[in-house]
Design a protein around this ligand. Structure first.
Ligand SMILES: [Mg+2]
Length: 368
């Protein structure tokens, strides 16, 4: 089998209502999607976290055997010319091709699933342009519980007053039995992160995500030791070497690689091995289209509970609740959470079929 061509679709979906994390306002959702075409009539789909360079990728892939996944990964990484967005997108597409060719879902190619349903957490609760943010967040959080989610994550990092008031309001709205994580998107320095964290501890946090920049390994260790709460991070790290110090130095309790940023299935499996080696939990980050969501589900199905006990820490899937047609309509059969769980996809490859009309509608509509 040979790769005959590739196509890149740099997608941009404008949001009806902007929202913000601690760093920036989002006015559009973006992604780089690749279609890898073979001489066997099989096409694979992949996604990178940002715009993809079509020419650079085509030059490196045409004529290659798509089953040579690790050989191609090494070549793309070592010979330069492409970044981790392209590496990740290509890797996901090649696994999709292999799965479609062998008529097997990717999670089975990777060694099989530890679960056929993944408990999801509702990931939302951003800052919005609303007069009463506290009421807005409480209502949004309560709606997730009504949908059946047993865990939610909210955005913090907007200053101590906002964080304390709104975390308490969200905890009040969801009650004591729902798991609650907070995410500061690297919005604080170490001292502020500890100060805010101490004030939030009474809300029984599941984890404290990206309190500070992930290049500050000793800062992460200080926060873990000062607060005694699980600390999570690593969603923007690329390649196994970027994760090494944070994991080996025990800066994190939970590492969150993003399959479209860290290097695809191939590299995420290496990061998971490194994490396992150091007794660090892996819970993938997910913030993309149907393609990235499908890929994340396949990978997460293959991650064992750690420790594997009668009542393990849940392997929670990040389920993005914000408006984005690229996630809700790019696959012909939408991937839904039902009673707070997402079923592992059972079709060949990624297990989704792309709606080309939706793809074309948002393709190449401007740079990221
Ligand atoms: Mg995050």
């Amino acid at each position: 089998m040979k790769i005959t061509d590739i196509k890149v679709y740099n997608l941009r979906y404008p949001l009806a209502e902007p929202f913000a994390n601690s760093i920036a306002w989002n006015t559009a959702r973006t992604a780089g999607v690749i279609e890898v075409i073979t001489d066997a009539g099989v096409t694979g789909w992949g996604e990178g976290v940002s715009n993809l360079n079509e020419t650079a990728v085509r030059d490196r892939l045409v004529g290659r055997d798509p089953f040579d996944i690790e050989v191609i990964w090494n070549d793309l990484y070592l010979r330069g010319g492409v970044g981790f967005s392209e590496l990740s997108a290509v890797d996901i597409a090649l696994w999709d091709i292999v799965g479609r060719t062998l008529e097997m879902p990717i999670y089975r190619l990777l060694g099989g699933g530890f679960r056929d349903r993944i408990p999801a957490y509702a990931s939302g609760l951003f800052l919005q342009r609303k007069a009463d943010m506290t009421r807005t967040l409480a209502d949004e959080a309560a709606s997730y519980v009504d949908m059946g989610f047993r865990a939610v994550k909210m955005k913090i990092g907007f200053g101590v007053d906002y964080d304390v008031t709104n975390t308490a309001a969200v905890r009040g709205a969801i009650g004591d039995s729902i798991l609650l994580a907070v995410d500061a998107n690297c919005g604080y320095d170490t001292g502020t992160a500890i100060h805010v964290g101490r004030r939030l501890m009474e809300n029984d946090l599941l984890w404290y995500e990206e309190p500070i920049s992930t290049d500050d390994v000793s800062g992460y260790r200080e926060i873990r030791q000062a607060l005694g709460v699980r600390v999570a991070g690593g969603e923007a790290l690329q390649g196994r070497w970027a994760f090494r110090n944070l994991i080996q130095e025990r800066g994190l309790d939970i590492v969150q690689p993003d399959i479209s940023d860290a290097g695809g299935f191939t590299e995420c499996r290496r990061v998971a091995a490194l994490a396992s080696d150091n007794h660090v939990r892996v819970l993938p980050h997910m913030w993309g289209t149907s393609i990235r969501l499908a890929a994340t589900i396949h990978w997460q199905a293959t991650l064992p509970d750690s420790p594997d006990t009668l009542n393990p820490f849940p392997s929670l899937l990040e389920f993005d609740m914000t408006e984005n047609r690229l996630r809700t309509e790019l696959a012909r059969e939408p991937i839904r959470a039902v009673d707070g769980d997402v079923a592992v996809l059972q079709g060949p490859g990624l297990g989704i079929e792309i709606d080309r009309e939706v793809l074309e509608e948002y393709a190449n509509a401007g740079s990221i």
